[in-house]
Design a protein around this ligand. Sequence first.
Ligand code: ZN
Length: 297
Amino acid sequence: MLGCSPPFPGYLWPNGATITYFFMDGNDVQQDKVRRLLPQWTVYGSVQFLEVLHTEDSSIRITFTNGEGSWSYLGSDCEFRKNDEPTMSLGGIDHEQSNISKCEQRNILHEFGHALGLLHENHPILKHAKPPDFRGRYFLGNYAQLDITSIMYFPLPRELTGVSYDVPLSDSVSDMDKAYMVINYPRAEPHPDAPDWTLEKALQVASLPDDYRTWILESRHNVEAMRYIFFDCILRERYPTWTKSPDSSPTSPLVIAQPNEQSGDGFTDIRVIERVGLGAVKLPETGKGGKGPRIWY
Ligand SMILES: [Zn+2]
């Protein structure tokens, strides 16, 4: 695994990108909830969202009404979708009440986290030797250490995780989430609305080992290098046993990292979909390559 480049930086947008989004439906009340929440991500990273009025100008297309609940394609993978196709579904956003409920805030911030390239933040399976078919991908996280306060945290029942508590869904961007943005979309200077979020602080919050901190700081003018060092650190810190025994676990990230035989990229066709529960969801085949849909629960 570690001989390969960690794959997920490939889903991040170019640093400094302006990501255009288009509302395919929904009324002003629903749309405005999205507009109001987006700065909670972008204030930390060097990336902006820009609403556009024509679908053909958009990278992200949002629907509120397609009945599929909430999901999003992952990061820059949105660019490979047809421009009449939604890349994000936001279910359950009330169209009358302008105040944003905790549940709505969670939904919107979480899906835009995926749209920025963040995965689910999850416990590895600890208790069951043979869990249901999670296709491995479910168990990756974004950070060197598990962050149960992450907006990307996606709880599993305690029976599966082996821990003795249930963690409630978070409805706000956590410090680790903020640190992720600062490190992976680095700003020349912190945003005036988040003046203390320097790269140094983010590396501290992210609890990276000293050598990785040093390497990232030394690479601070090379965003691609920073991203790869960061992801390499995640894999080394968080999945050491998996990386040692690639074939012994059905949840090994090595399964995830195997390149697609046809496209050479095992990650070109991941669709991120929310699902509370453990069953499989079949989706129509989409994407630019691969043998079938890759689904993210
Ligand atoms: Zn999700």
